[in-house]
Design a protein around this ligand. Structure first.
Ligand SMILES: [Zn+2]
Length: 330
């Protein structure tokens, strides 16, 4: 059963399943919630239920229609194999497919809405049961794209359904919000995120930090726990602490100057450093109050560095002042 694979979203799934069982599926949903908590899985499950040919109101998951709704073609675009289930997403289609001369770099263009949605939404579904458009990261819709979509979103042809997915519902135009029925998806509980990490074979020793930083998002936790990220984050934490402990200021300055990575990545790294220091402080609090105090002061310095970055300090400057503070804290 398609819905049974989605964990920790009982309220949202209850709403969707009730609509399917009573035959009152809305024509335009807005699935809102943090990234990586199952919104797209739920949208695909709903699409399966709508196109299922086995007569199961919740989708059987086994018939040819259900299988093709969930399977993707290889290559770009990675569209569902079922012709009545379509994805709308930034840069999902090669430019030529949607009549553009260049890729969509910053938004879902009006060209995509015209060629993928409007060109098809006026006709009956290819295979008879329903037509479903899944709009990923709907906050990426350009103003022109959103406006082009409004009329169809409000009064689509019988059997046509829209599912807008967003983690930034506040960024949608009010005209889009008012035409869509919200279904809220919650952050996942810690045991569920741990279960996902375990199922994917992530080594146990990486779970704590990933769960701590992921804020209930399974996809973020998996990213945080992957080999490459873990290795470069560990290297970052080590080089900051080494720089803070070095006798002469040379290595620290060189390190600060090397911090030309983008701010978003640096903030993630600093949060990881903060989490490591916070755990160190907690672990030492009974056995070694002095080192617990040091870790706590260092943790506070890292938190200030994140704030500085958010207030537009340059990465190099923020790192230089962090390293100076870490030295002072000892
Ligand atoms: Zn089916």
């Amino acid at each position: 059963m398609p819905f049974s694979h989605i964990l920790g979203q009982d309220t949202a799934l209850g709403t969707i399943e009730r609509a399917l069982r009573t035959g009152r599926v809305h024509h335009a949903y807005r699935f809102e919630g943090p990234p990586g908590v199952g919104k797209e899985l739920a949208a695909v499950a709903l699409a399966q239920a709508l196109v299922c040919t086995a007569g199961d109101p919740l989708g059987c998951g086994r018939c040819d229609a259900c299988r093709r709704a969930a399977a993707r073609s290889a290559g770009r675009p990675a569209s569902p194999l079922h012709p009545d289930v379509q994805i709308v997403a930034k840069n999902f289609y090669p430019a030529a497919v949607i009549g553009r001369s260049r890729d969509e770099l910053t938004e879902i263009s009006v060209d995509q809405i015209r060629s993928i949605v409007l060109a098809h939404a006026a006709y009956p579904p290819h295979e008879g049961r329903a037509r479903v458009f899944i709009v990923r990261d709907a906050e990426d819709l350009s103003v022109g794209a959103a406006n082009a979509l409004l009329k169809t979103l409000e009064e689509p042809r019988q059997g046509t359904h829209f599912i807008l997915l967003t983690s930034r519902g506040d960024r949608l135009l009010n005209t889009i919000r008012s035409r869509t029925l919200p279904v809220r998806f919650a952050p996942l509980s810690e045991p569920i995120v741990r279960g996902v990490l375990r199922d994917r074979g992530v080594p146990e020793e990486r779970h704590d930090l990933a769960v701590e930083l992921a804020a209930g998002s399974a996809s973020t936790a998996l990213e945080l726990a992957d080999d490459e990220q873990t290795a470069s984050r560990d290297a970052f934490v080590k080089s900051v602490l080494t720089a803070a402990a070095a006798r002469d200021l040379g290595p620290a300055v060189a390190f600060a100057e090397s911090m030309d990575r983008d701010k978003g990545a640096l903030k993630d790294y600093l949060r990881a450093l903060g989490a490591a220091l916070a755990r160190e402080a907690r672990a030492a609090v009974a056995a070694d109050p002095r080192s617990a105090g040091l870790a706590a002061r260092r943790y506070a310095a890292v938190s200030r560095a994140v704030v500085h970055l958010e207030r537009n300090a340059s990465p190099g400057l923020a790192m230089a002042s962090l390293i100076a503070e870490l030295r002072g804290a000892g």
